[in-house]
Design a protein around this ligand. Structure first.
Ligand code: ATP
Ligand code: SF4
Ligand code: MG
Length: 326
């Protein structure tokens, strides 16, 4: 689609366990199975699914941080795997990733100022120290680290988890990127800090025009920040659509279960999702021809075991891969 900033088309990625002679088909994991997904300009796309469903793999592939086996990945209409060195440098400047764990992703020996300004040193060499200080301070304030002077020359270990994650976001935002992958960026934080950071991300989106793939296992969090939501199950994309449409009218049985697993504020009850098993994975990894959800689906039909359902557009912009909607 023309309005997509990044687009994956039928992208497959296998991981092989072991090495050398111990490499075998047995230990193959198909982390992405013909995934077709795009993020539109200026939108936040929430990518949800249980642990191991392939979300991080999609995010890494979008940022050219992982080699894929087949399919195409286009950024602003250009194949990211055929970029020249100059184009790759430009791509690195325009794209960023925010990781889940700020404890691991920040260099413990660098001051906050140095941490956030490093990419200015690399990509915006013309900026002098005073201007750098001003740009970094403004970004810290926007992210709730105010007054910025109280933080600039501290080390990561002198900050709380929430403050560190704000630094990680500031670092990702400092070059005004066009596209960001946030991978479980608030999952480790307390609810109130989480809400504040999410609100600031939404505010930043309104101030600076950028797109984001927002990866989370929590569909409620995805709904809060995202314009659209995409759902992954065992390496496959099973549903995507506008946030409201996915939450209010989920079509795929898996999405329905994910939504029911969100505790309702009225009764506090949560439907339990049976965790997928090694058996489910092995089926998919060995080229199982049917739907990946057969063993957990309450509506399974004969055909589901024989043929893989393709994504079809059930209503404008709402796609689902399930034979219930043929
Ligand atoms: N480097 C790797 N080597 C081998 N297998 C991998 C590697 N990275 C991911 N996998 C496997 O690929 C599958 C998808 O992993 P991925 O990390 O993308 O899932 P995820 O949805 O991000 O999970 P989580 O919510 O736990 O972060 C998993 O089975 C995982 O074990
Ligand atoms: S295709 Fe069949 S098994 Fe898969 S989700 Fe739909 S009804 Fe269930
Ligand atoms: Mg992950």
């Amino acid at each position: 689609m023309e309005d997509e900033i990044i687009a994956l088309r039928k992208v497959t990625k296998d991981f092989r366990g072991g090495s050398g002679l111990t490499r075998s088909k047995q230990s193959l994991t198909r982390a992405m199975d013909k995934v077709t997904i795009g993020v539109k300009r200026g939108e936040f796309l929430g990518l949800v699914g249980e642990s191991g469903s392939g979300k991080t793999t999609v995010g890494l592939a979008m940022l050219k941080l992982l080699d894929v086996d087949s399919g195409s990945i286009m950024y602003e209409g250009r194949d990211i795997n055929r970029m020249s060195r100059r184009e790759t440098r430009d791509f690195r400047m325009k794209t960023q990733m925010i990781f889940q764990d700020p404890y691991e992703s920040l260099n413990p020996s660098l001051s906050i100022f140095k941490t956030v300004s490093t990419s200015l040193d690399v990509f915006r060499k013309e900026i002098d120290e005073d201007e750098k200080l001003r740009i970094v301070s403004t970004m810290l304030s926007i992210l709730g680290l105010d007054p910025a002077e109280d933080f600039l020359f501290k080390l990561p270990r002198q900050l709380s988890g929430g403050q560190r994650q704000r630094i990680a976001i500031a670092r990702a935002m400092i070059l005004d990127p066009e596209f960001i992958v946030a991978d479980e960026a608030v999952s480790m934080l307390d609810v109130s800090i989480r809400a504040d950071i999410l609100n600031r991300l939404i505010d930043l989106k309104n101030r600076r025009d950028f797109s984001m793939l927002f990866i989370t296992h929590d569909i409620a969090v995805a709904r809060y920040v995202s314009d659209r939501i995409a759902v992954m199950h065992l390496g496959q994309l099973v549903e995507s659509g506008e946030g409201d449409s996915i939450i209010n009218s989920p079509l795929h049985p898996y999405t329905q279960i994910l939504i029911n697993a969100v505790p309702s504020s009225e009764d506090g009850n949560a439907a339990k999702l049976i965790p997928f098993t090694q058996g489910d994975w092995e089926k998919v990894n060995r080229g199982y021809p049917g739907c990946s959800f057969v063993d957990r689906c309450p509506f399974v039909m004969d055909k589901c075991r024989r043929v893989r359902p393709e994504l079809v557009e059930k209503s404008p912009g709402h796609f689902v891969a399930c034979f219930l909607y043929e």
